[in-house]
Design a protein around this ligand. Structure first.
Ligand SMILES: Cc1cc2nc3c(=O)[nH]c(=O)nc-3n(C[C@H](O)[C@H](O)[C@H](O)COP(=O)(O)O)c2cc1C
Length: 208
């Protein structure tokens, strides 16, 4: 196998290190976060760090990059305390990726792509029309990570919309039925295919 020590990693060219380390922890979820500023400007951006934090209460976390440049999703989130999380189906990959481009704040990624806003249950920020799993979230807290100047947002799931075809009797979502993509690194999009679901794992009867 090819080996990298901590010292070698630190001395790699920036983009090579970014690609290597970003891919090294495995596939990540791909989500579009929809927000709207107080004065009505919509914003949409792709995030690969939306993670399940707990089910009871239903919480998610998002890792945000350092605020060394203007971060519109974060600013809108802090201003309004609400945002949406939208899974990305295969046919939205190119537009979803494009939302990472740095447009000025008064430009909406909804106008720069074919992605369409959708408003439901009088929730202030837009969902992404056609996304098979949509979460309406409320900001709860922000934790600063002093080691790399990032921060982790903790939010609650307030509304949850799921396409009927992908939800099973026990509440489990078969994401491949919605053609939901995952991210490999920062620019590789994969379409996972379910192999099997397994029973709750218990210790073997005669375990060593
Ligand atoms: C695949 C992918 C995943 C990304 N994930 C994150 C992330 O988890 N956190 C983050 O702060 N930025 C992430 N970004 C970068 C944002 O999409 C980018 O900074 C975007 O311009 C933010 O838009 P905003 O300023 O409108 O919020 C990611 C970009 C790509 C292409």
């Amino acid at each position: 196998m090819k080996y990298f020590s901590k010292n070698q990693i630190e001395n790699l060219p920036r983009i090579y290190r970014l690609n290597l380390i970003n891919s090294s922890t495995g596939y990540k979820s791909a989500n579009l976060i929809g927000t709207k500023s107080k004065n009505g400007n919509t914003n949409l951006a792709i995030f690969s760090s939306v993670t399940h934090l707990g089910s009871d209460p239903a919480l998610i976390s998002i890792t945000l990059r350092p605020k060394t440049v203007s971060r519109h999703t974060y600013e809108n989130m802090i201003e309004t305390k609400v945002f949406t999380v939208n899974h990305i189906p295969e046919h939205y990959i190119a537009d979803a990726h494009h939302t990472s481009a740095k447009y000025p704040k008064n430009f909406s990624e909804f106008d720069q792509t074919n992605l369409k806003p959708e408003y439901k249950k009088k929730f202030y920020p837009p969902y992404v029309k056609g996304s098979p799993v949509q979460l309406g979230c409320k900001f709860i807290n922000e934790y600063y990570i002093k080691e790399n100047d990032c921060s982790i947002i903790v939010a609650s799931i307030n509304d949850l919309f799921v396409e009927k075809e992908i939800i099973k009797e026990d509440g489990w979502l078969q994401l491949d039925k919605g053609k939901v993509v995952a991210v490999n690194g920062l620019d590789g999009y994969a379409l996972p295919k379910l192999k099997k679901r397994l029973e709750y794992a218990r210790p073997k009867k005669n375990h060593k």
